[in-house]
Design a protein around this ligand. Structure first.
Ligand SMILES: Nc1ncnc2c1ncn2[C@@H]1O[C@H](COP(=O)(O)OP(=O)(O)OP(=O)(O)O)[C@@H](O)[C@H]1O
Ligand SMILES: [Zn+2]
Length: 405
């Protein structure tokens, strides 16, 4: 007969979790704490999928999943809870299905919605830990304030290109996100995975570590990254930890006299929405822009397309009458217009800048026009415009043989 002790695990729990149960630092009492613990995972993408997988496997009692999105084929290289036949389906429903297959003892609650100031408190109030696995600034501030207002630790992760970061905010007197970043960055300086790219394994590493920190919080093990930031460089293979500034006493949300006592309008505060998949900048006037429909109709010999995407993107696909001058090269040039004239020597050719979605191409035209304005003796002799919507819209409206990425 089993005797009762520091835990309420069933015999099948004991067998199932035996490999972690027998760890001296863990034991049955920690497993029991996990069984009664809960975590709200916000964002079931590159970070959320590995985090949810390990937390479900580890035997957390209740997991909440928040995501408004559906599975896309371009998610599959890193969002490992999904499979090809789930493309187009709700992320939270697909994730729940996969997690229940893995561990049917875990209660999984799905919230297929954008987490906003209006629903966040109701959704999050019953969870012990909040795990930020989202990819945008507005949600980062929302989750930070939510964690402070509900007094829950926030396990925060991010991953881009080959790099990842991890830290735990608002834990045992440690700083919150606002203590470190009181103001959001300008929206045009923020890069996401669809613009900047990400190697699939990198969010896998960070999301797994987010699960580990969550397990430590729930079981009372010492948390590694409260007040400390992990910087992971997957290309060099380095893990670096930096100590963060302590809690700021005049922080607007967790300071001694907080100004923020309820959730605010984070879209207004950050100037961007959680579901802005692609920023639509409007830097240029209409007369400095050309539509893909018009571009398709004009004489091909009268212009040259200057594709200002990165070389690696140009190598993926490009239009036939185009050359590649990356925006970075143009911005590094002392005189961008002279660089352009030295490359496009045919004076009769007009120039249309093209990029992925039509943001960088506007920056390129502006760089050149600003430069022309400063060069006193320079006489503009050709039309320079940008292509609205970039190669993505060209593929959608004009030439479907161009791949979309
Ligand atoms: N406020 C929010 N409410 C609910 N879900 C959110 C919110 N903000 C972000 N998300 C979700 O967080 C996840 C982040 O995942 P990830 O960074 O891997 O990017 P993605 O949007 O899936 O893919 P990609 O950026 O490559 O198109 C997404 O599934 C997104 O829908
Ligand atoms: Zn703070």
């Amino acid at each position: 007969m089993a005797s009762s002790s520091s835990h309420d695990l069933t015999n099948s729990d004991i067998t199932r979790y035996s490999r972690q149960l027998i760890l001296d630092e863990f034991g049955p009492s920690s497993q029991s704490k996990l069984k009664h613990g809960s975590c709200l995972i916000v964002g079931v993408g590159g970070l959320g999928c590995p985090a949810a997988t390990y937390l479900a496997a580890a035997g957390i009692g209740t997991l909440g999943l928040v995501d408004y999105d559906r599975v896309d084929i371009a998610n599959l290289h890193r969002q490992v809870l999904y499979s090809e036949n789930g493309v187009g389906q709700s992320k939270v429903a697909s994730a729940k299905e996969a997690m229940t297959r893995l561990n049917s003892n875990v209660t999984v609650n799905c919230y297929q919605t954008i987490l906003t100031s209006d629903n966040a408190i109701d959704i999050a109030r019953d969870y012990d830990v909040i795990l930020d696995a989202t990819d945008n600034v507005a949600t980062r501030y929302l989750l930070n304030d939510l964690s402070v207002l509900l007094d829950r630790p926030l396990v925060s992760g991010s991953a881009l290109r080959f790099e990842g970061q991890l830290t735990v905010y608002h834990y045992q007197g440690g700083p919150c996100y606002r203590c470190l970043f009181p103001a959001p960055p300008p929206p045009e300086t923020v890069t996401n995975c669809s613009d900047g790219g990400v190697l699939g394994v990198v969010p896998g590493v960070i999301g797994s570590l987010q699960a580990l920190e969550t397990i430590k919080i729930l079981t009372g093990l010492e948390v590694s990254y409260s007040g400390r930031l992990l910087l992971y460089d997957g290309l060099r293979g380095s893990f670096t930890t930096v100590k963060l500034r302590s809690r700021t006493i005049n922080c607007k949300v967790c300071g001694n006299n907080p100004e923020i006592t309820g959730l605010v309008d984070y879209v207004k505060f950050c100037g961007s929405k959680p579901n802005d998949k692609c920023l639509n900048l409007s830097i240029l006037n209409e007369e400095d822009r050309i539509t893909v429909e018009l571009l398709q109709r004009i004489d091909k010999d009268s212009f040259l397309i200057v594709d200002c995407r990165k070389k690696v993107e140009y190598d993926i696909c490009h239009l036939s009458n185009s050359i590649n001058i990356p925006l970075e090269e143009l911005s590094n040039a002392k005189e961008p217009v002279i660089l352009l004239d030295n490359i496009v020597t045919d004076l009769n050719k007009n120039i249309f800048f093209l990029c992925h979605h039509g943001n960088d191409s506007q920056k390129a035209v502006k760089l050149v026009n600003d430069n022309i304005f400063l060069l006193k003796d320079y006489k503009p002799y050709r039309v320079i415009k940008d292509v609205i919507g970039g190669i993505h819209l060209w593929s959608q409206l004009v030439d479907p043989s161009i791949p979309q990425y």
